[in-house]
Write a protein that binds this ligand. Structure first.
Ligand SMILES: C[S@@+](CC[C@H](N)C(=O)[O-])C[C@H]1O[C@@H](n2cnc3c(N)ncnc32)[C@H](O)[C@@H]1O
Length: 273
């Protein structure tokens, strides 16, 4: 695949070691277990209302959990395929589907050049992929291309500018949030979903949201520290401010008073007939 159709991304197999893949699977499993992700997915599946016999595609399928849900909905007369460019994630998805006795299948491919013909899909699912794409409008155009007239899409993504970290000195928290923004190719993915879909000629039917919340029980300290160190390295905060932030957060966690969250949005849309 050409450099043009396969944008560089930390997710692509050639850039990712097995241990990184393992960490990513752990992070995706943790997020999948969170109430916010479970609620947003349940809302999106209800909105799509996938029927037996339909052909469904999950773009950027990750560990493949939602392809298994789609496979169960389309049944033996339908087809559910996950497009996943990362070979390590694809292997995990294939193994999990086989263990679950699911008919879900997985193929290599890129959101910017889907390995599918025009108008041959009834349903597209695409979750937390657009945040990794510098040109999300091109991926939306690909989704519109493969959907048949009347076909539906569930497009879900995070908006990293909604990051909350509490408690902490506001300027220090804002510096860490800036670092989180800089880490994503498309950090405002969540708020851009409507314009991406409208730009591709798709009609929006519903919009929903849930926060991905980490409280004192779920907080991933290594990520907090990684972002804190990055803010220090970029001289956005001083070492004293960093230490005070860690102390504030740890004290809050000990009291069950820590709040970390980021908001995810979801849109259900269809291709006009
Ligand atoms: C945050 S994970 C989300 C995985 C899964 N959709 C979920 O919600 O659990 C991002 C996924 O996007 C995939 N991805 C990244 N760049 C992509 C691209 N250009 N085309 C297709 N998938 C891509 C990654 O390999 C990874 O599976």
């Amino acid at each position: 695949m050409s450099a043009d159709s396969r944008p560089t991304s930390a997710f692509h197999a050639e850039n990712m070691s097995p241990s990184m893949t393992g960490k990513l699977v752990g992070a995706l499993d943790g997020q999948a277990a969170s109430a916010g992700v479970r609620r947003l997915r349940a809302w999106a599946h209800a909105g799509l209302a996938v029927r037996p016999g339909e052909r469904a595609v999950d773009v950027g399928a990750g560990t493949g959990s939602e392809v298994q849900v789609l496979a169960a909905a389309v049944g033996p007369d339908g087809e559910a395929v996950g497009v996943e460019p990362n070979a390590g994630l694809r292997a995990v998805a294939e193994q999990r589907a086989a263990e679950a006795g699911s008919a879900a299948r997985f193929v290599d491919g890129d959101a910017l050049a889907l390995p599918l013909g025009d108008a041959e899909v009834d349903v597209v699912w695409c979750e937390r992929v657009f945040q990794h794409l510098a040109e999300p409008g091109r991926a939306a155009a690909e989704i519109a291309r493969v959907l048949r007239p009347g076909g539906r899409v569930a497009l879900l993504d995070t908006d990293w500018a909604t990051t909350i970290l509490h408690p902490g000195e506001p300027a220090v928290v804002a510096a860490l949030a800036d670092c989180a923004l800089a880490a994503a190719a498309n950090p405002y993915a969540g708020r851009r979903l409507l314009e991406d879909l409208a730009g591709a000629g798709l009609v929006v039917d519903d919009i929903g949201s849930q926060a991905l919340i980490q409280d004192h029980r779920a907080v991933t300290w290594p990520i907090v520290r990684m972002v804190g160190e990055e803010a220090l390295r970029r001289e956005l905060i001083s070492a004293e401010q960093r230490d005070a932030l860690y102390a504030d957060l740890e004290a809050a966690a000990a009291q069950g008073a820590l709040h970390m969250s980021v908001t995810m949005f979801g849109v259900i849309a269809h291709r006009p007939v």
